[in-house]
Design a protein around this ligand. Sequence first.
Ligand code: CDP
Length: 236
Amino acid sequence: MRGGVIAIDGPSASGKSSTARAVAESLGFAHLDSGSLYRGVTLVALREAARQGQTTGNPLAAVDPETILRAAEDRGLMLQPDGAGFTAYLEGEPVGSAIRGAEVTANVSAVSAVPVVREWINSRLRALVRAGRDVVVDGRDIGTVVFPDADLKIFLTATPEARAGRRISQRGKRVDPERLEAETAALAARDHADSTRPVAPLRRPEDAIALDTTSMGFSEQVRFIIELARPIFGNA
Ligand code: CDP
């Protein structure tokens, strides 16, 4: 029997991961951040490309996807139980900030458009749910492709400027007009790549509840989802 599933999808910097983590903690579920695995595979791809002498740009120009996935397995890229949720590990250590760098962010959309990469990650996410854990999973295709029978589906959005402002603040920087313009453009490029790829594009699942968080506080959006979840999971 599979565990309960809450799917949270949405564009970059819509607050999916932090919201998913807080909802999971409150309900006693485990949080699965699918983006951390896409970022982990991209980090492995960049390291493999560097071994081939290509130190910048799309790693797929230097290494084929099968080699990347073999390296990911050899180096133990996986989600491991860690407190209330799961954390991406690589070479026996939590990957931490290594997957949040500019180089990974610039190349993750290209790597995640590759079908075998998606299959590799999806099979890992599904295995964790088959093991019976109740989970909150966040990503781009969780409610459409990975868990189309999720018990509750949320689609988080916010205006591009609000999302860009949050991402800049997360980095501890001041939100000035120049940074806001550059970050809004970077997010728009990634949203475009994620929404227009042929395999598992970012889109709102028809049966998802849309939540625009542009003018919502963080605790308000977390509470909103928990209120939706309680009647579904009863004792949660
Ligand atoms: O945190 P942020 O919104 O920047 O992104 P993320 O959730 O860490 O995901 C990074 C990238 O991984 C996205 O831009 C997508 O290209 C890809 N991704 C995906 O294709 N499918 C998912 N389920 C999750 C992430």
